[in-house]
Design a protein around this ligand. Structure first.
Ligand code: NDP
Length: 475
């Protein structure tokens, strides 16, 4: 018997993906650069399903049914290229190579183009949910050709998370679309985490709640519109007490957030595409600031406000919930606009409502809220921003007084809320009748003759700022 799919790269992610496939009744060929991992998988989990271990690339390829489907799950970057170079010469036209690692979508586009020349399908796919997700059902975001999805889709849908009976897997778009969408998913995750962290900081710093009390607040929020995996685990983290000191766990952890780089990629690409994803950017910068230890210790004695925390905390937690909700809508609206812009730039026909739907299960940002995003795009596929869709518009308008008040409190007490603040500034920027960008254009024309457009006439204009009377000329 041959295998319907093979996995090469059997560290934690590849191993769990292979086990998930086998548990769903698929025969899985196994391969890893060093043999031990292959042997260990078969020894420990061989009874979970049908595995065909292979100890050379040729043996692995020979174990696969045609069209062959090879899933690569190795360290992203040069290792992925090395593995592709090893397997591609052994494959035949029509076979499918899947990169399920966290590749940059630009690498995926390059690899797809090169392998297409050889008649091979290359599918870069986002896989979200960490090791648990890989084993029990991740959210899967495959790119690549529609033909490749015909054979791969049923397998991936089978092993993906399910929400209301539907699989958290869809063909996202051609070549790098899957990895692009996974990248933005991670960027949104950064923003969401930062906003939740700011909520905690305010509840503690402004209202004086203890971590255990804040855990309870989060548990209550988790029964409402903020119901999500991240809110749920935040409550658990805040309720946890350090065994060795008896202190709240959150107080014994060094306050320097680390990052592996997908948030940074999201922001870099946001800049390239000219999409204002300020919520994601502030979240990445907030982690950078937290990690700047020398800078922080040099600046620690800078003066701050002398105001005392709130005397009356009644209703404050509810206001923070509203600020968090509104800021979250903005961060997601920005992220979805980035996917839209990526689609336009790279020619991907991405169904934004479907993307929200496949994030409802398996991945880190899974949440009830995503149903509302799907509904918003189903009602209006060309929606310019989630903020103008009926439901979100109303909810954010209703939340805005609380949102503004919470940020005012934070500012007056000197509690940094870059995520909340940038979200509100974006909202107000979009709403503005006139922006001071007009003045910026004037400045640019003054020092660089960069020209400007007028509100009352077509064309480009330049003012000769150095000449008497400053005459205006058509540029
Ligand atoms: P690692 O990223 O730690 O990679 C280890 C695997 O890569 C091993 O199988 C190793 O083989 C193989 N490898 C490394 N270099 C080479 C090379 N030059 N040639 C061949 N094989 C090589 O494993 P993870 O399971 O953590 O992650 C796999 C992929 O999944 C990564 O791209 C990661 O970014 C992505 N991912 C990870 C998630 C997570 O939660 N960990 C979540 C989602 C995606 P050997 O055993 O021989 O050293």
């Amino acid at each position: 018997k041959k295998a319907s799919i093979g996995v090469t790269g059997l560290a934690v992610m590849g191993r769990n993906l292979a086990r998930n496939l086998a548990r769903h009744g698929h025969t899985v060929a196994l391969h890893n650069r060093s043999e031990e991992r292959t042997r260990a998988l078969v020894d420990q989990f061989g009874d979970e399903g049908d595995f065909i271990p292979a100890y050379s690339a040729q043996e692995f390829v020979d174990a696969l049914e045609r069209p062959r489907q090879v899933v690569i799950m190795v360290k992203a970057g040069a290792p992925t290229d090395a593995v592709i170079d090893e397997f591609a010469p052994l494959l035949e036209p029509g076979d499918v190579i899947v990169d399920a690692g966290n590749a940059h979508f630009a690498d995926t586009r390059r690899r797809e183009a090169a392998l297409r020349e050889q008649g091979l399908h290359f599918v870069g796919t986002g896989v979200s949910g960490g090791e648990e997700g890989a084993l029990h059902g991740p959210s899967i975001m495959p790119g690549g050709s529609p033909e490749s999805y015909q054979s791969l889709g049923p397998l991936f849908e089978d092993i993906s998370a399910k929400v209301d009976g539907s699989p958290c897997c869809t063909h996202v778009g051609a070549d790098g679309a899957g990895h692009f969408v996974k990248m933005v998913h991670n960027g949104i995750e950064y923003a969401d985490m930062q906003l939740i962290a700011e909520s905690f900081d305010l509840l503690r710093g402004a209202a004086g709640y203890s971590p255990a009390e804040i855990a309870e607040v989060f548990r209550t929020w988790n029964t409402g519109r903020l119901d999500s995996y991240l809110i749920e685990i935040t409550a658990d983290v805040l309720a946890h007490v350090d065994a060795s000191t008896g202190k709240p766990f959150v107080d014994i952890v060094a306050d320097q957030a680390e990052q592996k780089g997908t948030g940074r990629w999201t922001v870099q690409i946001g800049l390239d595409l000219g999409v204002p994803i300020s919520g994601i950017a502030e979240a990445v910068f907030a982690r950078s600031l937290s990690g700047s230890s020398e800078l922080r210790s040099a600046a620690r004695d800078l003066g701050g406000p002398t105001r005392a925390p709130l005397a009356d905390v009644s209703g404050f937690a509810d206001k923070v919930e509203q600020a968090l909700y509104a800021s979250k809508v903005v961060a997601y609206a920005q992220g979805f606009n980035q996917i839209q812009a990526g689609g336009a730039e790279y020619g991907w026909d991405i169904d934004l409502g479907r993307v929200a739907a496949i994030w409802r299960g398996g991945c880190i940002i899974r949440a009830k809220f995503l149903n509302d995003i799907t509904s918003a795009y189903e009602a209006e596929p060309g929606l310019p921003t989630l903020l103008t869709s009926g439901g979100f518009r109303k909810a954010v308008e209703e939340a805005q007084d609380a949102w503004r008040s919470v940020i005012s409190t934070a500012v007056s007490l000197g509690i940094p809320t870059p995520g909340f603040s940038t979200a509100l500034a974006y909202y107000d920027g979009l709403r503005a009748d006139r922006l001071p960008a007009a003045l910026v254009q004037g400045q640019r024309d003054f020092f660089g003759a960069h020209t400007y457009r007028r509100v009352d006439r077509e064309g480009s204009f330049h003012t000769a700022w150095a000449e008497p009377g400053r005459p205006e000329v058509s540029a």
